[in-house]
Design a protein around this ligand. Structure first.
Ligand SMILES: Cc1cc2nc3c(=O)[nH]c(=O)nc-3n(C[C@H](O)[C@H](O)[C@H](O)COP(=O)(O)OP(=O)(O)OC[C@H]3O[C@@H](n4cnc5c(N)ncnc54)[C@H](O)[C@@H]3O)c2cc1C
Ligand SMILES: NC(=O)c1ccc[n+]([C@@H]2O[C@H](COP(=O)([O-])OP(=O)(O)OC[C@H]3O[C@@H](n4cnc5c(N)ncnc54)[C@H](OP(=O)(O)O)[C@@H]3O)[C@@H](O)[C@H]2O)c1
Length: 473
């Protein structure tokens, strides 16, 4: 048998996960610059009935321009050799063996599906939430319809200094009018609009120079309609260690600009807006306080030390207690293991070399690849996944050239359809997704909203069925 990749024997690739990394990988495979004559067929699976991963379920509702990146993925989906199978979960309805029996290569693009733990007392008290839960709830993720966020308190605390923490702080400070024009989940709109929270305190364990915010996101916090930003000038006084670092080659222009923005905030007079966002630095949570639910948080003052080539936060003896009614832990996402595949517990990723999954002996597993957050960890903006996907697809195509891919017993497209008809008759094709998309947009139109999201599996599947009645009757 010759190498796959021809009209008679197309290269068959499964991609598990339809977020940015999965879609960029599909795009590179269907139009490979290095292999212009390659004939590839790409099947993208997702456990949700909807595609786009965190572009739909993570990116904040008040950032519609960023969500517009899905237009690039729509072009990939329009390729005749592309298929989407939503509502199909790897590890439940399709297994490792199923895929290796039917595809020359499998690319895992499942992202990071849970949150990192801080490991402090009180972390599990009611009212202490992972930012992952809050984000999924306001974005209408069907697994997160039911949490009840009690925003009746005066002060919320957000732990972490990354862009997700910035999103959480901003979402807590938007006005009803601002929220009402977005695709925020309906169940979240009223809760957020009627929030009684007046102060949102964001805690950074290191200094302003080490904050992980990017410049536009930090600037947005200073331009809220109904919230003043507040930074204590003592918090932005740069310590000698950070000063040396900022002046050297190691610091990014983003870090330098962040320091400038924060110094500007420290010099601002409050405009007397209804809410305020307080950015604090060099403090770590030690305990989340409360008997039945969150009543406060104990934090300790940190100092910075140079250790192993990086600048670390080290706790001092100085502690302080802050009253608050709700805490959002925004210290990063975390990948989870997938059945049948190796997993690096420490990093929360699938071990790999340039995208080739490696087994216990460190050797690549034939025909098995990773891309995106499950490959490199939960950092990087949407565009980062494009380059990352190129690296993985280049490795896959080099393995194709070297005849080192998986050799499936049954590489027939129909064999896969038969399997799904049996295992998951309620799977959603791309036509089904287009019907969901149209229904959501139509529901949004009269209200001047980009869409009104369907947020339960039942509603989503019903809308998908409307789009493909012939196929499912
Ligand atoms: C809250 C938040 C906001 C963000 N906002 C921005 C922003 O404004 N701008 C920006 O540039 N970047 C933003 N990012 C970063 C960006 O979203 C990520 O870089 C990107 O989504 C990572 O892509 P991915 O494909 O690796 O993972 P994901 O986007 O998470 O996609 C993974 C997909 O895999 C599916 N999946 C998981 N497990 C299975 C399984 N077992 N079987 C089948 N399918 C499965 C999931 O349902 C999901 O659709 C944000 C990130 C977060 C967390
Ligand atoms: N608008 C956008 O472009 C946008 C929006 C959202 C997300 N994203 C991207 O998505 C990625 C993930 O964002 P993220 O915010 O989840 O992660 P992140 O950027 O890695 O930020 C995590 C933050 O948590 C802090 N942290 C980690 N462990 C901690 C602990 N034990 N105690 C206190 N603080 C702790 C980190 O501090 P240290 O630095 O000290 O470790 C850091 O400030 C990022 O690349 C981000 O840029 C982009």
């Amino acid at each position: 048998m010759g190498k796959p990749g021809t009209e008679e024997a197309p290269l068959r690739v499964a991609i598990i996960g339809s977020g940015p990394s999965g879609f960029y990988a599909a795009g590179h495979l269907l139009r490979p610059k290095s292999h212009p004559d390659l004939v590839a067929q790409v099947d993208v699976y997702d456990r949700l009935p909807t595609p786009w991963g965190l572009v739909r379920g993570g990116v904040a509702p008040d950032h519609p321009n960023i969500k517009a990146v899905s237009r690039v993925y729509e072009k990939t989906a329009a390729h005749p050799e592309f298929r989407f199978f939503g509502n199909v979960e790897y590890g439940a309805e399709v297994t490792h063996e199923d895929l290796l029996e039917r595809y020359h290569a499998v690319i895992y693009a499942v992202g990071a599906q849970t949150d990192r733990r801080i490991g402090i007392p009180g972390e599990d008290l009611p009212g202490s939430w992972a930012a992952t839960e809050f984000v999924a709830w306001y974005n209408g993720h069907p697994d997160f319809r039911h949490p009840e966020f009690d925003l009746s308190c005066e002060r919320a605390v957000v732990i972490g200094n990354g862009n997700v923490a910035a999103d959480v702080a901003r979402m807590l400070a938007l006005t009803r009018h601002e929220l009402a024009g977005t695709d925020v989940a309906d169940h979240a709109l009223d809760v957020l609009a009627e929030s009684k929270i007046r102060e949102i305190v964001v805690l950074g364990r290191r200094g302003p120079a080490q904050a992980a915010f990017t410049n536009p996101e930090l600037l947005e916090l200073g331009a809220m309609t109904d919230a003043d930003v507040f930074v204590d000038s003592r918090d932005v006084a740069i310590d000698p260690l950070s000063r040396t670092w900022l002046e050297g080659d190691g610091a990014s222009s983003t870090a330098r600009k962040n320091v400038e923005i924060l110094s500007g905030y420290a010099g601002r007079k409050p405009a007397g807006k209804r809410r305020r966002i307080v950015l604090r630095f060099l403090v770590s949570p030690v305990e989340i306080l409360g008997s039945e639910r969150v009543e406060g948080i104990r934090i300790c003052r940190n100092e910075l030390r140079a250790e192993d080539g990086s600048i670390r936060a080290c706790a001092t003896e100085t502690t302080e207690e802050l009253d608050c009614g709700i805490v959002f832990r925004s210290i990063g996402y975390r990948g989870i293991p997938l059945a049948g595949l190796p997993f690096d517990e420490r990093a929360g990723t699938i071990p790999n070399q340039g995208g080739r999954i490696t087994g216990e002996d460190g050797e690549p597993l034939p025909g098995e690849y990773v891309v995106g957050w499950i490959k490199r960890g939960p950092t990087g903006i949407i565009g980062t996944n494009k380059r990352d996907a190129q690296e993985t697809v280049d490795a896959l195509l080099a393995d194709l050239d070297a005849d080192a891919l998986n050799r499936p017993a049954d590489a027939d497209r129909e064999a896969l359809e038969m399997l799904l008809a049996e295992r998951k008759p309620e799977h959603v094709t791309y036509t089904g997704w287009e019907a969901i998309d149209a229904a959501e947009k139509t529901a949004g139109e009269p209200h001047g909203r980009p869409r009104v999201k369907l947020t339960s599996f039942d509603e989503l599947l019903e809308a998908a069925r409307e789009g493909e009645p012939a196929a499912r009757s």
